[in-house]
Design a protein around this ligand. Structure first.
Ligand code: C5P
Length: 312
């Protein structure tokens, strides 16, 4: 990991110069390399720097950043060192570099909110972390990634196109609008299965008589509709279960006609809002358990499995 890397450094790496300790180390390093550029915005935009970055990327180097913002020289623009948490994610995901080059990946993440009235809604505990980690991993793997997300408190993953939605209906519309021929689709969102049959235009008032009863209607199943549309080259679904995890996940896989399903147990220890997760990647007849690990690392492993399927 070379962070920060100046324009001069990038030029030396691209040309194979080894006239100091850093460039000599770079030239003898046989492990994957991540470079995080940081420089004045005009130096970053100069064709010489851009060409050097392209050359390094073609040789398998992972370039992370730069970010946009105010610079030490007083200017404003692209050239700031990427945020530390993104650099750490890149380190966790270095093994996926190049695995999905040229692929289009569409991911859903987070919960949906189904409005009851202007201030209340039905929703769930999904943090969106797994979907966001998958989007980040797919980007570092070289894919063009679009993330359709319900409301979460997470920062938009680096390099990922982000579309924010509220309800399952909206998520369905945006997924269908962004679904390209040949794309890899990963349904990671905790989509509400039901929505209130009607939405009150004004706040529902408390009554001292009977508690109101809710009439619900079934939401369309986004994942099943993507599989039916026959546009995606791979359709992957998640099944978060509290009991009989593998049996229930396999049932969903078959019912929704998916290439692969990813089953995970929802419990207090391994719930939706955790940094770590333990999942099983399953096909109609096989299953591959992945041990408990950080969601970003796990996303890297899942992307590696999907990349192998995508290139078969
Ligand atoms: O809710 P369920 O357990 O069936 O979710 C399994 C998978 O189906 C998840 O990948 C989820 O994103 C997807 N799903 C969907 N649209 C729904 C319900 C679930 O895409 N309406």
């Amino acid at each position: 990991l070379i962070a920060p890397a100046s324009a001069n450094c990038l030029a030396k790496f691209a040309q194979g110069l080894a006239d100091d300790l850093l460039t000599t180390l770079y030239l003898v390093t046989e492990t994957p390399v991540i470079i995080c550029p940081a420089m004045n915005k005009s130096m970053w935009h100069h064709p010489a720097t851009q060409d050097n970055c392209t050359l390094l990327q073609q040789r398998g180097v992972m370039i992370v950043g730069p970010d946009s913002g105010s610079q030490a020289c007083g200017e404003f623009g692209l050239g700031r060192l990427t945020e530390t948490h993104i650099i750490i994610d890149a380190l966790r995901l270095v093994s996926v570099c190049g695995q999905l080059k040229g692929q289009n990946v569409l991911i859903t993440a987070g919960p949906t909110r189904e409005a009851l009235d202007p201030v209340r809604y039905l929703s769930n505990n999904s943090s969106g972390k797994m979907g966001y980690a998958l989007a980040q991993a797919a980007y570092f793997a070289g894919a063009d990634v679009t993330l359709i997300s319900g409301p979460t408190a997470l920062p938009i993953p680096f390099g990922v196109k982000h579309c924010s939605v509220i309800s399952a209906k909206e998520m369905h519309q945006q997924v269908m609008a962004h679904l390209h021929q040949g794309a890899i689709f990963i349904g990671c969102a905790a989509v509400a299965d039901y929505a209130p049959l009607s939405v009150n235009t004004q706040k529902i008032k408390k009554s001292n008589q009977d508690a109101p009863s809710l009439q619900l209607t079934l939401n369309s199943d986004i994942l099943a509709d993507v599989a039916k549309a026959n546009k995606a080259s791979l359709v992957i679904g998640f099944a978060a279960e509290t009991n009989d995890v593998l049996t229930n996940a396999r049932k969903k896989l078959l019912a929704k006609n998916l290439a692969r399903g990813i089953a995970n147990q929802v419990s207090e220890a391994l719930g939706d809002n955790n940094e770590g997760s333990e999942v099983t990647v399953m096909a109609a007849e096989t299953q591959m358990p992945l041990p408990l690990m950080n969601k970003v690392r796990l996303a890297g492993q899942i992307i590696t499995i999907l990349a192998k399927m995508a290139t078969k």
